[in-house]
Design a protein around this ligand. Structure first.
Ligand code: ASP
Ligand code: MG
Length: 420
């Protein structure tokens, strides 16, 4: 069995959905196909949540935009206007409307998961109904019956043992059947033990593919993208990019962790643990080789890779009483970051000061700074970029820094990281 993952861009409109069907048709293997929400639906549903929680009276308006977007796609895919899909999608959106009619009493993160997850539900319903229409029988699976998590909404932790057991049951192949089986399911979402929907963090569908591949001992995972494979830099930011045709799990996880957006960093661990190769390929050019990620490290250092993380905040935390930051304060500082769920992208210390770089977040960043200010002298700069160059050369560094001011720099044998 192979696992395929199609992201939002691969199902961004009716044409794209048709193309997904064509890609799947090219394979004779049993497949588990993981699909994200269509195009920018997750962002659009985030707006619904924000507006509902703020009670600004606009949430139904935002939801209508999401609904219209999906109905337009269905209208293009299905000639029969009495097709069951119309009712299925209607029912999925009604779930959100029920939520929106209540007073917003539950936590932001809980509400977020209940509403935003519907993007994945409708997307997979549409694609699966369309595949069935074209004569490709696809079994729609509600992944919330498989991926079990704790109740950390928006960043749920997977219960691997239980998930593995349920996956084997839910994605059971009919051994006697000679025709290929295609299971179609959602990325990004899971279920807590209280049976509420949870999400695995933004862009988490890749991770879902990794989880399912691990649990089902899949032969491989293929992430289908609108780029030919993993490149050494983001083509939106760099005019010259190179394809990485084979990199190791280690290299991939480092690149992904520091912000290469092609794959979600959590995807690699389950695959590495079972030595399952990961392919990154273009859904526009499915016959092309793409990138292979496996345990072969021979090609890792041949090309410098550039990763730019935007919207960074550099926070300097200084002890007020001149006590040494590492000896006396670090565990408390880490405690604050952990409590607020803020991940540190880079850190550096001197005797009495500790500097960290984190992603800017409208909600979390001001709260974090407020909390730190209680016990420390805090200074911060917003609107920065964190540039990482792996396997750097002098020319590579010069080409990326140009005239920008470097506020902080860290260098090791394999990589250089600069806050500019
Ligand atoms: N739809 C979710 C997101 O946009 C998950 C994913 O696409 O991987 O974050
Ligand atoms: Mg996406």
């Amino acid at each position: 069995m192979k696992v395929f993952k199609f992201g939002g861009a691969s199902v961004k409109n009716a044409e794209a959905v048709k193309n997904v069907g064509k890609v799947i048709q090219l394979f004779n293997d049993d497949l588990v196909v993981v699909i994200s929400a269509m195009d920018k639906t997750t962002n659009a549903l985030e707006k619904v949540v924000e507006s509902y929680m703020k009670k600004d009276g606009e949430c139904f308006k935002w939801l209508d935009e999401v609904k219209n977007f999906h109905y337009k796609i269905i209208d293009e895919l299905f000639n029969d206007k009495t097709h069951q899909i119309y009712e299925d999608i209607h029912n999925a959106f009604v779930e959100i409307e029920w939520e929106l009619e209540e007073e917003p009493l539950r936590s932001y993160d809980y509400v977020y998961d209940q509403i935003v997850s519907v993007g994945e539900i409708v997307s997979t319903k549409i694609v699966s109904a369309y595949l069935n229409l074209t004569g490709l029988p696809a079994q729609w699976i509600d992944v919330r019956n498989v991926i079990q998590t704790d109740n950390t909404h928006r960043d749920a932790k997977v219960d691997w043992e239980l998930t593995e057991k349920l996956a084997k049951k839910e994605f059971e192949l009919n051994a006697s059947s000679s025709v290929k089986t295609v299971f179609l399911t959602q990325g990004f979402i899971g279920s807590s033990s209280e049976n509420f929907t949870t999400t695995l963090g933004r862009e988490g569908s890749d991770f879902s593919a990794g989880i399912l591949a691990y649990c089902l001992n899949a032969e491989s995972v293929t992430i289908w993208k609108d780029v030919p494979g993993m490149l050494n830099a983001d083509p939106k930011l760099f005019s010259e990019t190179k394809m990485l045709s084979n990199i190791s799990y280690h290299e991939a996880v480092e690149l992904a962790y520091y912000g290469a957006t092609v794959i979600h960093p959590k995807t690699i661990k389950p695959l590495q643990n079972k030595n399952i190769p990961l392919y990154v390929k273009s859904f526009l050019n499915p016959q092309q080789e793409g990138t292979v990620i496996d345990n072969n490290t021979t090609h890792d250092s041949s090309i410098p890779s550039f990763i730019v993380k935007r919207n960074q905040v550099l926070i300097s935390i200084e002890s007020k009483d001149y006590s040494f930051i590492i000896e006396n304060n670090l565990s408390q500082i880490f405690g604050i970051f952990s409590k607020m769920g803020v991940k540190i992208n880079l850190m550096q210390n001197s005797a009495i000061s500790f500097s960290v770089v984190v992603d800017f977040d409208v909600q979390k960043t001001p709260l974090l700074i407020q909390e730190l200010t209680k016990d420390y002298k805090v200074r911060y700069n917003e609107n920065l970029s964190l540039i990482t160059v792996r396997h750097y050369t002098k020319e590579a560094i010069d080409s990326v820094v140009q005239n920008q001011k470097i506020l902080l720099e860290q260098k090791s044998r394999k990589m250089i990281r600069m806050v500019v």
